[in-house]
Write a protein that binds this ligand. Structure first.
Ligand code: ZN
Length: 345
């Protein structure tokens, strides 16, 4: 085979591939290169994974969603302090409610679970007084009817900053998660879970889902950045599993980019896309399970909540959605989120 170019780069699987070989393969293939000629998705979007903290500017959030054709954003308060201190103060559910009240229908609060008081595996197996109080307040908040779910529950998180809430490893099959599941079932609302897909945790998540078959779980970040066969297997086994693609674009505005493999990769993690094209094995999962996925920008820190960063993320999602069948694109962009978060209730 003639190698046209000597330049080499890494593909999504980490194998070294020759750009020349890829170009030649594309020339020899019968059909068009997947995604190359596709129009970006132009329809309405629901950003199913958004955050708010104390330093977020409400006007900016309203402006960037409107400017990018995002009709609604699922909003999860981040109670953790941010890595940039006073520029990124902690938030709370009251802030999410205020924003929702100012822009009815646009911002949809969940009961926030990025809570310093939850850090520590022992608190999950044996909830202490503070955790019990959080469960009670969650019950009360859901009863108010002003929240559309619970999340983001931080089970397994890779550190990208220092401090006690950076690297997190909590048990998903635990007393705390059983209580969260009980509340989700009581109010018929979903739970958003951040859990990098370590094999032992995936097995435990399966037990939790099987025992709470009426609860819808949204496993964030392309099912914990799992490999396509793991995602497919879990979707087959657990009809109550949904996944968001939040933050999984392979771009890193200001350095934050889950979809680039940041802050680190493990043997069990994978990318979703390269250069605006889904990896083929991922695209096949999205088409085969088109009613199970939603998208999201996942801007969790105030310095990144700005016009450029939000536009980059939504623009890349529009590009990616454009490579799917129109029916699948619309589901991922909008209609699945309506159903999962009960937006038509
Ligand atoms: Zn997350």
């Amino acid at each position: 085979m003639v190698v046209i170019m000597k330049k080499r780069h890494r593909d999504g699987s980490g194998r070294r591939v020759s750009v020349g070989a890829l170009a030649l393969a594309a020339l020899l293939s019968a059909g068009p290169v997947a995604g190359a000629a596709a129009e970006p998705y132009g329809g309405s979007i629901i950003d199913a994974h958004g955050h708010i903290g104390g330093s977020f500017d409400a006007d900016t959030m309203a402006r960037v969603t409107a400017a990018n054709g995002v009709r609604a954003m699922i909003l999860m308060a981040r109670y953790y302090p941010g890595p940039e201190g006073k520029r990124d103060l902690p938030g709370d559910d009251g802030m999410a409610l205020d924003l929702a009240a100012r822009h009815p229908g646009r911002f949809i609060p969940l009961v926030g679970m990025q809570q310093p008081l939850l850090t520590g595996a022992g608190k999950w197996t044996q909830p202490d007084g503070a955790v019990k109080a959080l469960l009670q307040s969650t019950d009360n908040k859901l009863a108010s009817g002003r929240f559309r779910g619970i999340g983001e529950v931080i089970v397994r998180h890779f550190a990208y900053s220092s401090g006690p809430h950076a690297e997190i490893d909590h048990p998903i099959y635990s007393a705390f998660m059983k209580e969260i599941s009980r509340l989700a079932q009581k109010y018929d609302l979903p739970v958003v879970v951040h859990m990098e897909g370590a094999p032992n945790l995936v097995a435990d998540f399966g037990r939790l889902m099987a025992e709470n078959a009426k609860v819808v779980y949204v496993w964030a970040h392309n099912c914990g950045r799992s490999q396509a066969p793991v995602i497919r297997d879990m979707l087959i086994r657990h009809p109550n599993l949904r996944c968001d693609l939040a933050g999984m674009i392979n771009l890193a505005p200001r350095g934050y980019g889950y979809g680039t493999g940041w802050p680190r990769m493990e043997a069990y993690t994978a990318l979703m896309e390269v250069d605006g094209t889904f990896l083929p094995e991922m695209q096949a999962v999205y088409e085969d399970f088109s009613d199970r996925f939603v998208i999201g920008t996942d801007i969790a820190h105030a310095p990144v909540m700005n016009d450029r960063s939000y536009q980059l993320r939504i623009g890349r999602f529009r590009e990616l959605l454009g490579t799917l069948t129109p029916e699948t694109a619309k589901r991922l962009a909008e209609t699945n989120a309506v159903r999962i978060f009960r937006l038509d209730r």
